[in-house]
Design a protein around this ligand. Structure first.
Ligand SMILES: [Mg+2]
Length: 403
């Protein structure tokens, strides 16, 4: 079994200690983390988890970073069993921030760890021909996340614009394939960024779906698609939004964003010294709302209804609306995303054995996606290749038909 090793700084009862964790590319490794009360919030690398979010009251995990391969896995396992792996005193939030900084992330690219991860999740660009081969005779349906997939992650979430060239690539993609944008943002907001008609938009983590009439193989539906599985939560979300605006206003840089069916508290512009305070304020508001849950994204806290609905469910709903059943082998969904919330969709495709998931990431992450792309510019290259391939196969088909 191939193992991925990570290192975690842990604070117990106010005293910083250091412990090693072992993650693997199987569910066994995730189990190790869950046993420490850290949950799957720590799947991203590097990941920073505010104290207030941890389920264990006296444990703070500040950062995960790879252990060099030269360290023996056995040694690490021993340290874990013994409950400690060294006495360095620098396991602070500041370390976490530094570990998350671009120079470290770039360095990860060169490691053996990254190379081995790329073997398991090869580039969708270098494997393009094989992917198209697998889709032969099937209907390709495209699903794309927005932030970090079509647009770069920027300091101000209101300025996460996609490039003109990327918009053209998405427009061309939608000409040839049913295309959906699946985002944590509210539908109107993501539409205002993408600005393309004729696509399906699944906003608020799939809780607000709208799109053109679904013309599928069985029949043509004249009505546009509109589905909101969590509409009863709108008044509650609005109430919490107002409470959070009030309670977080003393924290400089904190930004509370309403996505109609869910909320985002961005801390990418907050001084790291105040991350704990911010998370605690959010947690205190949510104590009064047991029907809402809190999850961690990329420098963002997400508040969502506890209903079983996520990007994976949105993908299932859209495929069904297009006339494809879970067992159909004539559909080839391709889902591109960079966030932990996209894993729900990757998991659905993996379990169904339909299509492929492509994780957008420069660093190794535990993922259910089969392939990877490094960043939005590689996503754009992939879309252009896809459109070019489709045009070429149509030309061949037409030439064949004319004979
Ligand atoms: Mg994203």
């Amino acid at each position: 079994m191939r193992r991925m090793l990570f290192y975690a700084d842990v604070k117990r009862s106010g005293k910083v200690t250091k412990q090693s964790l072992i993650l693997s590319d199987t569910k066994l490794g995730i189990g190790v983390k869950i046993s420490l009360g850290l949950s799957d919030r720590s799947l991203c690398l590097p990941t920073i988890i505010p104290r207030a979010l941890l389920t264990s009251e006296d444990t703070q995990m500040t950062v995960l970073r790879p252990i060099p391969w030269k360290q023996s896995p056995k040694d690490t396992e021993k340290q874990t069993e013994e409950g400690g792996g060294g006495g360095e005193k620098n396991g602070t939030w500041l370390d976490s921030m530094r570990a998350a900084s671009p120079p470290r992330a770039t360095a990860v690219l060169e490691t053996q760890e990254h190379k081995s991860w790329m073997l398991q999740h090869p580039s969708a660009l270098s494997m393009f021909d094989q992917i198209m081969g697998a889709s032969k005779g099937k209907k390709i349906v495209m699903f794309m996340d927005y932030d970090g997939t079509l647009s770069p992650i920027v300091e101000d979430p209101d300025r996460a614009f996609m490039s003109h060239e990327m918009r053209e690539a998405v427009r061309d993609t939608a000409k040839y394939f049913p295309t959906a944008i699946v985002s944590g943002r509210c539908r109107d907001k993501v539409y205002n960024f993408v600005k393309l008609a004729g696509l399906y938009y699944a906003g608020s983590h799939g809780m607000d779906i709208k799109g053109p009439p679904t013309s599928h193989r069985n029949h043509k539906d004249d009505k546009s698609l509109h589905f909101q599985p969590a509409s009863e939560f709108i008044p509650m979300i609005d109430e919490v939004y107002k409470s959070l605006l009030e309670s977080t206003k003393t924290i400089v840089g904190a930004k509370v964003e309403t996505n109609k069916f869910c909320l985002s508290v961005h801390f990418r512009c907050v001084n790291e010294k105040e991350w704990d305070d911010l998370a605690e304020k959010v947690r205190l508001v949510l104590v009064n709302y047991p029907k809402l849950k809190l999850t961690l994204g990329r420098k963002v806290l997400e508040i969502r209804p506890t209903i079983k609905w996520d990007k994976g469910k949105a993908l299932e709903f859209l495929l069904k609306s297009l006339g494809f059943a879970p067992s159909d082998d004539d559909v080839f969904p391709i889902y591109l995303g960079d966030d932990r919330t996209d894993e729900d969709a990757f998991r659905i495709l993996k379990n169904r054995g339909q299509g492929i998931g492509i994780l957008v990431s420069k660093v190794p992450k535990e993922t259910n996606a089969a392939y990877s792309l490094r960043d939005p510019s590689e996503v754009m290259s992939f879309l252009k290749l896809l459109v070019g391939w489709k045009k070429q196969s149509r030309t061949k088909h037409d030439a064949h038909g004319a004979k």
